[in-house]
Ligand binder design. Structure first.
Ligand SMILES: [Ca+2]
Ligand SMILES: [Ca+2]
Ligand SMILES: [Ca+2]
Ligand SMILES: [Ca+2]
Length: 323
């Protein structure tokens, strides 16, 4: 089983966020222009979505709320009449590296649970990652049989820290709800009732971009199919503020570069969501009354000097202005 992990590739000051493989699997190539690559990626994605369908006829036969694995196939031959994915996906936009990336989501089942993870939370997910391309998997009577290239998968549910996975995967997962219930079975397995089932189709700019991860060539648009089992609201640094409220510039990324999510601009803890003293005034955030009503949301944080900057983000909060 492979784990989705987070790592950062620093290449000539360009930071690429990536997941799914450890960094020793990575080799680097000359970095291409992001806009130029995205134009190509979007063309590839559109072509794929126009020429493929998902197994919606199989889904219509399963028991309500039960597990389901999305599969894709080409619209041709006996499948010539199938409805293309392009008529069934919805699009959303995620800004990364100054570019608005369009991502497509297939919502097979929203999920009946009340919890839905945000970009800064944790999600219990089983998944499969595909390239758009196909490979020969078998030969029958001299005829090659192709199937989509799988680069990573786990049928067992794994917990993912969403700030640490590829942005496109995060974007897909956060559009779904967790299961209604998780029931242990006598054989030790778990039954998840009515969890979210979906797929996300993403350009490489919110995938691995120039990072060449083993099994995934650089600049590969990617597809993930997934089943969302559970979600957990996360406070990474235990400062009493949920991490989703430590995204200072509101771009659904707690790790924005250029200190946009790093109040004290330090190099050690860096981003506020993992910094126990956000303003570096020597007083831990949790001791600066960041959340008086205890709901994890710092909108009611103490602001001693009344300058609109809560004490936990205000290194001079003890100094009350005289004018
Ligand atoms: Ca926190
Ligand atoms: Ca941010
Ligand atoms: Ca910091
Ligand atoms: Ca502080």
């Amino acid at each position: 089983m492979k784990n989705i992990k987070y790592f950062v590739v620093l290449i000539t000051l360009i930071i690429t966020f990536t997941a799914c493989k450890s960094d020793d699997d990575v080799t680097t190539v000359a970095i291409r222009d992001r806009d130029e690559v995205d134009v190509e990626d979007q063309q590839k994605l559109q072509e794929y979505l126009d020429t493929h369908f998902w197994n919606y006829e199989d889904y219509a036969t399963i028991a309500a709320g039960s597990d389901f694995e999305i599969k894709f196939d080409s619209i041709d031959g006996v499948n010539a009449g199938k409805t293309p994915l392009s008529q069934q996906v919805t699009s959303s936009v995620l800004n990364r590296s100054g570019i608005d990336y369009t991502i497509y989501t297939l919502n097979v089942r929203q999920g009946g649970g009340t919890k839905s993870p945000t970009f800064a939370d944790s999600a219990l997910v089983s998944y499969k990652g595909y390239q758009l391309e196909k490979e020969v998997v078998n030969t029958v009577n001299g005829v090659d049989v192709y199937d989509q290239i799988v680069f990573d998968a786990s049928t067992n549910a794994l917990w993912f820290d969403l700030p640490g996975v590829v942005s496109g995967f995060m974007e897909g997962i956060t559009q779904f709800n967790a299961a209604v219930s998780i029931t242990p079975q006598p054989d030790g397995t778990l039954v998840y009732d009515d969890g979210g089932v979906g797929a996300v189709f993403m350009p490489s700019g919110v995938g691995y971009f120039s990072g060449s991860v083993s099994g995934i060539p650089a600049y590969s648009p990617l597809i993930f199919t997934f089943q969302l089992r559970a979600a957990k609201t996360t406070d990474h640094d235990g400062d009493g503020i949920f991490s989703k409220f430590e995204d200072l510039n509101g771009d659904r990324n707690v790790r924005s570069s250029d200190n946009l999510d790093n109040t004290d601009e330090d190099l050690i803890s860096r981003f506020n969501y993992v910094d126990p003293d956000d303003d570096n005034d020597g007083v831990l955030t949790k001791d600066e009354d960041p959340d008086p009503n205890g709901d994890g949301d710092p909108s009611d944080a103490r602001d001693t000097d009344g300058d609109g900057i809560p004490d936990y983000l205000d290194a001079d909060s003890a100094i009350v202005p005289t004018t």
